[in-house]
Ligand binder design. Structure first.
Ligand code: TMP
Ligand code: ASP
Length: 245
């Protein structure tokens, strides 16, 4: 499936049209940003690793009854996906206090939450992606109540499945962010699942294996991503992936 014109370039990915109006090519970049683009950098081979990590998670989810936009891997840093009309709502699920939740509520990072916390953020760079609730989503017309129920249920299900899956890999899933879109009217999981969009802590040492290493200048960023890929697939980032889809 050849990529055609560039439709969109985001902070971490480029999206191309294909000959099929229902399919897109996503190319994962090595660029890293944080704090709504204020901090910028490059992480060598991040694009390769995130493409392969995201593909792996999407396959695990599909195998457990959660479909997504993922179709197949096309190359080291490219995947073929279904063309969604993305809902402008980011869904975050948290199990352990960290990041903005710790800051907002004064909970020490690492505090286990007695039950999962589900949050919505309005995808709007100019506003810095503000936290919103279901009333805001309704008033702004970001998604229908039925769609909010659907994405909430799917996000919690994804969290349950990935928590159990990652536990086997000695990784604690602290929190993660998902995006959903509509494909011919159906709500479908989109975007990516990777160390850019999740917090992963080593189950034994507590070491951070995610983008917080970049956000907080902890060093060893690429090594952490490579470690996640290794634990998931047992391998190193592949530069040319044509089969095994
Ligand atoms: P937060 O604690 O900064 O709100 O982040 C919660 C989770 O969401 C964390 O796993 C990182 C992810 N995330 C994104 O994927 N994109 C973003 O723009 C932000 C702010 C967080
Ligand atoms: N991806 C977001 C940005 O560039 C924030 C983050 O992941 O911390 O600003």
């Amino acid at each position: 499936m050849d990529k055609q014109q560039l439709l969109y370039e985001g902070k971490a990915k480029k999206v191309y049209a294909t000959a099929d109006p229902d399919l897109l090519v996503v190319e994962y970049k090595d660029d890293a940003t944080a704090f709504n683009g204020l901090k910028r950098g490059q992480i060598a081979d991040k694009g390769l690793m995130n493409n392969q990590i995201a593909a792996h998670f999407f396959r695990v989810l599909a195998g457990n009854g959660v479909p997504s936009h993922f179709v197949r891997v096309l190359s080291g840093r490219e995947m073929l996906v279904k063309r969604l009309s993305i809902l402008p709502v980011e869904v975050v699920v948290r199990y352990i206090a960290a990041g903005s939740l710790s800051k907002r509520l004064g909970l020490a990072e690492g505090t286990p939450l007695p039950s999962p916390v589900l949050e919505f953020y309005y995808k709007k760079d100019e506003l810095g992606d503000p936290l919103v609730n279901e009333y805001h989503i309704r008033v702004l017309g970001l998604a229908a109540p039925q769609q909010v129920a659907e994405i909430s249920g799917q996000a919690l299900q994804v969290g349950k499945l990935l928590t159990a899956y990652l536990r086997e890999k000695a990784i604690v899933l602290v929190d993660f962010k998902l995006e959903f879109g509509l494909f011919h009217g159906q709500v479908l999981l989109g975007d990516e699942i990777s160390p850019d969009t999740c917090r992963f802590w080593d189950a034994v040492s507590g070491e951070k294996l995610d983008k917080d290493r970049f956000r907080r200048d902890l060093g060893g960023v690429g090594e952490a991503y490579a470690e996640v890929l290794r634990r998931l697939t047992g391998g190193e980032p592949e530069r040319n992936v044509e089969s095994n889809n």
